[in-house]
Design a protein around this ligand. Structure first.
Ligand code: DP6
Length: 339
């Protein structure tokens, strides 16, 4: 076994131990049926950017998101003769990184089916286009597994499991606003999403696809690189608690200006961390900067609209229904989502 294999085996063992800790005596249940589940995508208003534990995907800080309603993933799991992944109607080659990520995740569960799993998944998320599909994908996968194994896990337990597939997935088990508590435990059992007791019926998210091309950096690699090399990373850790406080207060008061300023500032701070990394991580294109300027110009003209951005060149606009007509008139191409 090479050194890298040893590290891989050790990481897999820690991940399997985390799964067993969640399942408890249910770890002996055998998969016995097919099941289908849906999970919404989410967009972070205060971002998760950096892990304190790569293996268990434990974050450095809390983060806070709003779910994206009809934008998400539906996944069906069936018992089959061998492992197979179908994504948006097409079979994914077993060696494709998307398939290995899914089947490495499924391999964490103690009792395997005799043949394998067929995973049939459909995204209403434009894959790799700025709305993370991995969040809704792993949340839907865990929900479907819960049906296949008959565990009857709580949302919180499913959130811990989904986190092992993709960090932001732990916020996709609920609709509305969700705060991911970073937790303190080394095994990550206290690191999961928690729904906020709040709703904001007038809030809208506008998906603005600036550039649909493939991303240069995967978000997980980019955040690890930023944590290791960006001189602004420590400042990021100081900014997050303030932004969390601001965003929670804005949600409680349904204050769009307060929300917009905090969420936009947080996204720009995350991107500043990326620009300062060595070498830099730049998701921005010329079109991104142009779009940001258009949002600022709209605001200067009195349209209450702000943006957030994730690990990609695209914008997500934040506004209320009262500004909806003006937003859609300026940017007819955006996809308006009711969270
Ligand atoms: C910029 O959840 O995709 O969207 O845990 O490595 O799978 P992994 O990362 P992922 O990162 C999302 C980063 C982000 C911010 C956020 O959603 O909070």
């Amino acid at each position: 076994m090479s050194g890298a294999d040893c590290i891989g085996a050790e990481a897999a063992a820690r991940r399997r131990a985390a799964v067993r800790a969640v399942l408890g005596e249910r770890a002996t249940f055998a998969p016995r049926a097919s099941a289908v589940a849906y999970a919404c995508a989410n967009v972070a208003l205060v971002k998760y950017w950096g892990k304190r534990d790569e293996t268990l995907r434990l974050p450095e800080t809390d983060s806070l998101s709003v779910s994206l309603g009809r934008i998400g993933t539906e996944t069906r799991i069936e018992l089959a003769d061998g492992d197979e992944l179908r994504l948006n109607g097409a079979r994914v080659a077993p060696e494709d990184p998307v398939a290995t990520r899914v089947f490495d995740f499924l391999a964490l569960f103690p009792v395997r089916p005799a043949g394998g799993f067929r995973v049939v998944t459909t995204n209403t998320v434009p894959t790799a286009a700025g709305v993370a599909s991995s969040a809704s994908a792993f949340a839907a996968l865990v929900r479907a597994l819960d049906g296949v194994y008959g565990w009857r896990l709580s949302e919180r337990e499913m959130s811990v499991l989904a986190r092992l597939g993709s960090g932001s997935a732990c916020r996709s088990l609920w609709r509305g606003f969700v705060r991911w508590r970073r937790g303190e435990r080394p095994d990550g059992l206290d690191s999961h999403g928690e729904p906020l007791d709040a709703n904001w019926p007038q809030l809208r998210v506008g998906l603005w696809l600036v550039d649909g091309g493939a991303k240069a950096w995967r978000s997980g690699d980019a955040m690890a690189h930023c944590r290791a090399t960006s001189p602004l990373y420590r400042a990021w850790l100081d900014v997050v608690p303030t932004d969390l406080h601001e965003v929670e207060a804005a949600i409680a008061q349904r204050d769009i200006e307060r929300l917009g300023r905090a969420a936009e500032g947080n996204a720009l701070a995350m991107h500043a961390v990326m620009w300062a990394a060595r070498p830099p991580v730049r998701y921005w294109t010329a079109a991104t900067l142009e779009a940001v300027r258009e949002v600022e110009a709209a605001r200067a003209e009195g349209v209450p609209v702000w943006f957030t951005m994730d690990a990609g060149p695209n914008l997500k606009l934040l506004y209320e229904t009262g500004a909806g007509a003006r937003v859609r008139e300026r940017w007819p191409h955006i996809e308006e989502i009711e969270p």
